[in-house]
Design a protein around this ligand. Structure first.
Ligand code: FES
Length: 260
């Protein structure tokens, strides 16, 4: 087990605030919130993105790249696309010194003891301050609508089941699981259209508001549905309310992602 090392002075970090530090050759982000201190590896386990500029909401720190959230108390991965915990480290305060003990991923969660320390007062620092940031990153709530036409003729009875089955051909490029089993399809409406065709309106959500794969999944959905005989216009609307949560996944998706 590693030992506590002094990483900063309490006067060097605002409340709320954060410091980016190098501790024992690892880059970590030290956070101060309401007089409490937390420390995490500055690494998102989804694709290695830095967490230090992420938005903090209560105890959930969101990765700026694709929006995965981590509990700053334990490092636990809270939301997709991250499925693996990041490392959270033990923090304590002695005098005006902040000390950190480096831990392995999951170690703090297993101990169930909160890795926090209340503010109080110096020791030689064994670390270097890389950068300071106090402003959480805002999260956008995108709304995207796309409509495509399909002039393919023919007579076919389109059903919601058929549409959902067809949408299983659309794969989330971040997770490599189809969008139906991920629980991203909230609603399917089929409406009579001209010339015996059927228009289709889809309400689709994202695993995170900042998911960059949205336009690609919309385009792919329109493409596969547009190939169905009798399909008219296909509209795909992105909805973020209610927000997607992992419990919307089917067991097949959970198996593919290794979530038990
Ligand atoms: S790198 Fe963090 S969510 Fe993708």
């Amino acid at each position: 087990m590693s030992n506590f090392v002094r990483v900063a002075k309490t006067t060097e970090i605002a409340d709320p605030g954060r410091l980016l530090l190098e501790v024992e050759e690892r880059i970590v982000v030290l956070l101060r919130v309401g007089g409490e201190y937390f420390c995490l590896d500055d690494v998102c386990t989804h694709d290695g993105g830095p967490l230090s500029d992420g938005r903090l909401d209560d105890h959930a720190l969101a990765c700026p790249r694709h929006g995965a959230k981590f509990d700053i108390r334990t490092g636990k991965a809270l939301t997709m696309p991250a499925t693996v915990d990041t490392a959270a480290h033990e923090v304590k305060v002695e005098g005006d010194d902040i000390l950190v003990r480096m831990c392995e991923p999951g170690e703090l969660a297993r101990r169930s003891a909160a890795p926090v320390a209340k503010t109080p007062a110096a020791i030689a620092p064994a670390v270097s301050v890389v950068e300071e940031s106090q402003n959480p990153m805002p999260v956008q709530s995108p709304t995207m609508t796309a409509i495509s036409g399909n002039q393919a003729g023919g007579v076919q009875s389109l059903s919601e089941d058929l549409v959902r089955e067809e949408l299983k051909k659309v794969i989330d490029p971040e997770l490599f699981v189809n969008i139906v089993d991920l629980g991203l399809i909230y609603n399917v409406d089929l409406l009579p259209a001209n010339e015996g065709k059927t228009n289709c309106k889809i309400d689709m959500t994202m695993t995170s508001p900042m998911c960059p794969a949205g336009p690609q999944m919309i385009a792919n959905s329109k493409q596969v549905l547009g190939q169905l005989t009798g399909m008219g216009e296909v509209e795909v609307k992105i909805v973020l309310d209610p927000p997607w949560t992992p419990d919307k996944m089917t067991q097949e998706a959970r198996d593919q992602l290794g979530i038990f």
